[in-house]
Design a protein around this ligand. Sequence first.
Ligand SMILES: *[C@@H]1O[C@H](CO)[C@@H](O)[C@H](O)[C@H]1NC(C)=O
Ligand SMILES: *[C@@H]1O[C@H](CO)[C@@H](O)[C@H](O)[C@H]1NC(C)=O
Ligand SMILES: *[C@@H]1O[C@H](CO)[C@@H](O)[C@H](O)[C@H]1NC(C)=O
Ligand SMILES: *[C@@H]1O[C@H](CO)[C@@H](O)[C@H](O)[C@H]1NC(C)=O
Ligand SMILES: *[C@@H]1O[C@H](CO)[C@@H](O)[C@H](O)[C@H]1NC(C)=O
Ligand SMILES: *[C@@H]1O[C@H](CO)[C@@H](O)[C@H](O)[C@H]1NC(C)=O
Ligand SMILES: *[C@@H]1O[C@H](CO)[C@@H](O)[C@H](O)[C@H]1NC(C)=O
Ligand SMILES: *[C@@H]1O[C@H](CO)[C@@H](O)[C@H](O)[C@H]1NC(C)=O
Ligand SMILES: *[C@@H]1O[C@H](CO)[C@@H](O)[C@H](O)[C@H]1NC(C)=O
Ligand SMILES: *[C@@H]1O[C@H](CO)[C@@H](O)[C@H](O)[C@H]1NC(C)=O
Ligand SMILES: *[C@@H]1O[C@H](CO)[C@@H](O)[C@H](O)[C@H]1NC(C)=O
Ligand SMILES: *[C@@H]1O[C@H](CO)[C@@H](O)[C@H](O)[C@H]1NC(C)=O
Length: 506
Amino acid sequence: MGSIALLVLVCTSSWLLLPHPAAAATAPKLPVRAVNLGGWLVTEGWIKPSLFYGIRNNDTMDGTQLQFMSATQKRYLVADKGGGAAILADRVNASGWETFRLWRINETTFNLRVNGGQFWGVNNTGALVATATTPGQSETFQLVRRDSDKSRVRIRAPNGFFLQVKTMASVTADYGQNTNWSDNDPSVFVTNNVGGLQGEYQLCNGYGIANATQVLMNHRNIFITERDFNFMASSGLNAVRVPVGWWIASGDNPPPPFVGGSLQFLDKAFSWGQKYNISVIVTLHAAPGSQNPYEHSATRDGSQEWGNTDANIAQTVQVIDFLAKRYANNTALLAIELLNEPLAPGANLSVLTKYYQDGYNAVRRYTPASYVIMSNRLNIANQTEILQFVGSFDGAVLDVHYYNLFDSKFDSLTVEQNIDFVRNNRSSDLKAITNQNGRPLTFVGEWSAAWGVQGANKTDYQRFAKVQQDVYGNATFGWAYWTLQNPFQPWNMTYMIQDGIIILKS
Ligand SMILES: *[C@@H]1O[C@H](CO)[C@@H](O)[C@H](O)[C@H]1NC(C)=O
Ligand SMILES: *[C@@H]1O[C@H](CO)[C@@H](O)[C@H](O)[C@H]1NC(C)=O
Ligand SMILES: *[C@@H]1O[C@H](CO)[C@@H](O)[C@H](O)[C@H]1NC(C)=O
Ligand SMILES: *[C@@H]1O[C@H](CO)[C@@H](O)[C@H](O)[C@H]1NC(C)=O
Ligand SMILES: *[C@@H]1O[C@H](CO)[C@@H](O)[C@H](O)[C@H]1NC(C)=O
Ligand SMILES: *[C@@H]1O[C@H](CO)[C@@H](O)[C@H](O)[C@H]1NC(C)=O
Ligand SMILES: *[C@@H]1O[C@H](CO)[C@@H](O)[C@H](O)[C@H]1NC(C)=O
Ligand SMILES: *[C@@H]1O[C@H](CO)[C@@H](O)[C@H](O)[C@H]1NC(C)=O
Ligand SMILES: *[C@@H]1O[C@H](CO)[C@@H](O)[C@H](O)[C@H]1NC(C)=O
Ligand SMILES: *[C@@H]1O[C@H](CO)[C@@H](O)[C@H](O)[C@H]1NC(C)=O
Ligand SMILES: *[C@@H]1O[C@H](CO)[C@@H](O)[C@H](O)[C@H]1NC(C)=O
Ligand SMILES: *[C@@H]1O[C@H](CO)[C@@H](O)[C@H](O)[C@H]1NC(C)=O
């Protein structure tokens, strides 16, 4: 943004005359030492696998990726051209075009989506094709699995017949006979399950609305409680970062399959926050359409459609508006984070910055004091691509996430190399986004002491956590550990504090 534009922006920001951000009574002095409440109001299966145990056929959920090998031909089904054409059965190996994502209708009935985004269907001559861009009745298939070996399936087409592979170039829906599941049966396929998601979409659609409401109500009730806030306060933490999904703004009956109820628990977080002097940062982890392909954006099948239309952006701003309005005058509100981990190229830079501008304005309609957090695009090498943009807003914060994971460069690092990486690379990364004038403030909104080192001892973990606290302690807004409760100890800050690996009080 040019300096003239900046000047106009500053001069027209009347809220500058109002008290400076963080005027709220309980607001902590910056930088904050915070922890995320991951897996609470936005489902993440790895944080609580048992949530999925009650779902029938929980290995075929929305977004499950299947490959189908014809038992007779020993070849994989493929979406010719990646989609928009026939499905053939001539591939020796399977990867992208040979992998199909499920949309679950119920435990046995599905739409199947090809790489290019189209859905399986049967055309007038009975051939299996991938041409429909939205699924309807004629794109709905039933997976009939062998009882004694669930990887063997037959696929009933919408016309009532099973698919069969007559030749490698012909998959048709015209097989009516029973099966003995042998390799001689052209209607038998052997499936590989090569990936899946365990997010809010999968959970809700897997249980159905009534059961999902019960399961999530129970989970939210026991997973984070008032005792956790007491624990955080007594441990020296002063803020929480709470992931929420867009449906939190939709009342008790959000669009299916999502279910209501998360709002009352966010209300609880605020009241416990007030009681124990823990400030609340609300982060929009799941935006409508999903801003990344991960389960914590509540994606249905790994596709990322957030920001594709103006209406979608406007809907997202409405969610921020709702949250800002509800909590603006709550003394526990510290910040609203507009979007967690947007990913390029789906999250287009100009769309993202327009959304950040609109989202910022929405927050400022209700509160001059709370901070507004904007995230870097997670997968962009240039960590300063929105630095100047974010710095142009008063009370704005730039969020970056630092994990020594999720990149093969960390796979074989030793204890010392991990520690050195934080001390050298992360501190210079952080320095590169830290402007002398404090605009924007900087926030390491996620980090953890989990790493790729095998067999590390307690001292190793202590040193790794300590160097991160030291370095991220330089972030001007603060940091937030991922996460408070987790079955894996290094990801479980409660454990890390109780075991003396992370020490907060100095
Ligand atoms: C709340 O915490 C802040 C520091 O984070 C402190 O300045 C303030 O006195 C605390 N307020 C209460 C009521 O304990
Ligand atoms: C499905 O549920 C069963 C228990 O009913 C559990 O053992 C299994 O791990 C679950 N599978 C998945 C993928 O969640
Ligand atoms: C159906 O699809 C097959 C395979 O792509 C094609 O050969 C055939 O012409 C199609 N028939 C119709 C009526 O579209
Ligand atoms: C299939 O994969 C194998 C093993 O990775 C490889 O050797 C072979 O060349 C591949 N075949 C084709 C047709 O891509
Ligand atoms: C699943 O949906 C299909 C199509 O609507 C229906 O025929 C079938 O009975 C349903 N199965 C179950 C178990 O609900
Ligand atoms: C199973 O059915 C196939 C035809 O689909 C037939 O060729 C084969 O002999 C049968 N095998 C047994 C063991 O009955
Ligand atoms: C939902 O719960 C009811 C009652 O416990 C049970 O009968 C039903 O099978 C459940 N449905 C699913 C999809 O789990
Ligand atoms: C917040 O409090 C102020 C002053 O009491 C009031 O004017 C404003 O309407 C309140 N805002 C909201 C969103 O409740
Ligand atoms: C990163 O992006 C910023 C903003 O567009 C630009 O000024 C800077 O030159 C870029 N840095 C690199 C290394 O590309
Ligand atoms: C922990 O392992 C490190 C090597 O990573 C070693 O130097 C140290 O002595 C060990 N400490 C204890 C208490 O075993
Ligand atoms: C924190 O920042 C200051 C100023 O840039 C620097 O001197 C110091 O080394 C940094 N500390 C760490 C642990 O990175
Ligand atoms: C996290 O660690 C604490 C302390 O060991 C433990 O009580 C708690 O059950 C753990 N959380 C989860 C989700 O496993």
